[in-house]
Design a protein around this ligand. Sequence first.
Ligand SMILES: Nc1nc2c(ncn2[C@@H]2O[C@H](COP(=O)(O)OP(=O)(O)OP(=O)(O)O)[C@@H](O)[C@H]2O)c(=O)[nH]1
Ligand SMILES: [Mg+2]
Length: 429
Amino acid sequence: MQDEDSEADHEPIAEAEIAGVSPTPGLDSEASRAEFRELVESAGAEIVGEIAQRRAKADPATLLGAGKVEEVAAAAASSNATVILVDHDLTPTQLRNLEDALPCRVVDRTQLILDIFARHARTREGQLQVELAQLEYMLPRLTGKGSSMSQLGGGIGTRGPGETQLETDRRRIQRKVLHLKDELESVRKVRGQQRHRREAVPVPTVALVGYTNAGKSTLFNALTHAGVLESSRMFATLDPKLRSLVLPSRRKILLSDTVGFIRNLPHTLITSFRATLEEVQKAEVLLHVQDCSSPTQEEQKAEVEKVLAELGAENKPRLEVLNKVDLLPEEERELLGPDAIAISARTGAGLDLLLRRIDAALVADPIVRRILEIPQDEGAVLAALDAGALIEAREFQEQRVRIEVSGPASLLGRYRRFWATPSSEVDPV
Ligand SMILES: Nc1nc2c(ncn2[C@@H]2O[C@H](COP(=O)(O)OP(=O)(O)OP(=O)(O)O)[C@@H](O)[C@H]2O)c(=O)[nH]1
Ligand SMILES: [Mg+2]
């Protein structure tokens, strides 16, 4: 476990109010509200009250019904709430109308998620992406009240600028958007070059995907000893992390830890998290990490599958990894069946099986062992083999290095010209 308070540099929001509306179909309202509470807490807010509404149809002007808006206004006033969080997306008009009718700032689901993302982005690219998504989200929603781009807690209750000021703001933001896009482009160019260098050495990548909080980072750390942030807060991970890892067959792979998914993930964010998506799209195998102790495991699974389909990654080889089995009672654990990859990233249970299953999922490129004789001046070849295979013995001769290597057939095949043994003697591992 990592330090959960490492975000302490951000001001917590003193008081907040939730107005929940009709639950997502397929998810019961209690589960849906529990998840929203987690999101709110992940944003650092304290909940002082909750109001739910079930309506056949959303009011186009205010989302909530008129009576409900009054009820929220009264509750917010009596509890001194500083912000009202709505578990739904609001159109620009709805946001404006609600802010007019309510005594404090109103924040919808997308904006809340954007705020959490803003707190957690660590790389330059991640920060630029979130800022861009925030500005683009905000632009059509600029109103007088507290619509600063600052954090959730900023500008609360402050009366905003007048119309002229708004126009100036709008233009300023548009310029900023262009500027951010430029900057992102150059950051991405650098990352593209890095990726290119990485791809010159064919090490297969395996990407962790899954719902937020499923335990991807905990598993990543357990497998690679990387020490990335694990946290009970949602969306603790935003920027993709890559680490190499050696499987039981001695094949080296790169494991990537990425952003978690959530139902109704704002679309602006799906497209803006390009670095993450690229990891998923380029991966050879996906590990779908699921929290099997969660009462909403099935819904979460369906949501992840939906996002994978949107990324065009639904047909990639995928291992279903059932995490947090330590939280399941024995009899439920048995129900998972003998073929399930049931693990606990926390206790380490099942990780050996998982590694073997990853190995087996990479059959397209089996591991073989060979002897190669490489001229000493072919440093690049030696480096490529060192990075992508295991050099088990190394013997320096006059002008050459004689090495015994076990590695993916594709990699060794590229250096056929240095093979010291005829191919019929290939010794599969
Ligand atoms: N009991 C138990 N808890 C776990 C296990 N794996 C992860 N957790 C806990 O679940 C919470 C979320 O873990 P993370 O690894 O940060 O989850 P994540 O999937 O990376 O989440 P995001 O980065 O937010 O998408 C943390 O509090 C972990 O300690 C497990 O096997 N058993
Ligand atoms: Mg994580």
